[in-house]
Design a protein around this ligand. Structure first.
Ligand SMILES: Cc1cc2nc3c(=O)[nH]c(=O)nc-3n(C[C@H](O)[C@H](O)[C@H](O)COP(=O)(O)O)c2cc1C
Length: 248
């Protein structure tokens, strides 16, 4: 049993090569309307979407590879101003407000991605947006923080569907069941096989970095400790700059 929505979701693949064609304004409009129809905590929509489709701005933001980019931002600033203008107190600078805004922003962004894919467009998320200074790059005020970024455009490639873990690795029924070590090994058997399948010369180069299996390839070979620490420090600095009080 299937339907067009399920088919669209099942066919998702990140697109990293885009045709230069602009996205038609009517399509972009449909995508943005679909995004803001997403569920939103308290129906307060504590997020903002920034569409960048001016080629000069895309260049400035080093997002050259696509004709459009969509930022999703935690946005408690707009609410703050509304509260202030209405004589209502503002204490939305706290963990729950931040997390709910973050949740809202990413739900809206994924709605945009699904809408875009249903219209024949492709997309890719860019994780490094989290450490970006959106006060500087986007002119955002206090209480605004990056939640997500996608590039959008017409695909200029048809990559294969990328693999996923087996359903039982991710889905728990009625409660979280801690997997045994054997189960964890089984969940990652295919993933581990991707290291084994690498050409011998690639493996030789990786071994020079101390990488002898797939998990090490994903950690010391790619998401290094220095990268993770650097991104995390920038994110924490961004949270402080925006004015959020998340403890500590
Ligand atoms: C939160 C998040 C951050 C991501 N960041 C990047 C990124 O910075 N660069 C990139 O090329 N892909 C990025 N991706 C795309 C993933 O690499 C991609 O979804 C994953 O490899 C699975 O491939 P698929 O989307 O084609 O199924 C990101 C995806 C998510 C959800």
């Amino acid at each position: 049993m299937t339907n067009p929505v399920i088919e669209c979701l099942a066919n998702h693949r990140s697109i990293r090569k885009f045709r230069p064609d602009r996205i038609e304004p009517e399509k972009l409009d449909l995508i943005l309307h679909a995004a803001i129809r997403a569920a939103t905590a308290g129906n307060l929509q504590p997020y903002a979407l920034v569409v960048v489709d001016d080629p000069a701005r895309l260049e400035e933001l080093e997002l050259r590879s696509a004709p459009a980019a969509l930022f999703a931002l935690v946005d408690q600033f707009r609410l703050k101003r509304w509260f202030e203008l209405s004589g209502a107190p503002f204490y939305n600078d706290q963990a729950v407000n931040f997390l709910v805004s973050y949740w809202d922003a990413t739900i809206a962004l994924q709605n945009a991605v699904v809408a875009a894919e249903s219209l024949g467009l492709g997309s890719v998320y860019l994780g490094t947006v989290l450490s970006q200074n959106v006060q500087e790059t986007l002119g955002a005020p206090e209480y605004v923080f990056p939640a997500g970024l996608v590039l959008l455009g017409y695909p200029d490639e048809t990559p294969p569907l990328r693999p996923r873990l087996p359903l039982e690795a991710v889905v728990h029924r009625n409660r979280y069941r801690v997997p045994t070590d054997d189960e964890v090994r089984a969940f990652y058997r295919e993933e581990d096989g991707r290291y084994e399948a690498l050409p011998e010369e690639t493996k030789a180069k990786l071994r020079e970095k101390g990488v002898t299996n797939r998990a090490q390839q994903r950690t010391i070979g790619h998401y290094t400790e220095a990268f993770i620490r650097g991104e995390s420090e920038a994110i924490l600095a961004g949270l402080r700059r925006a004015g959020f009080r998340l403890g500590g």
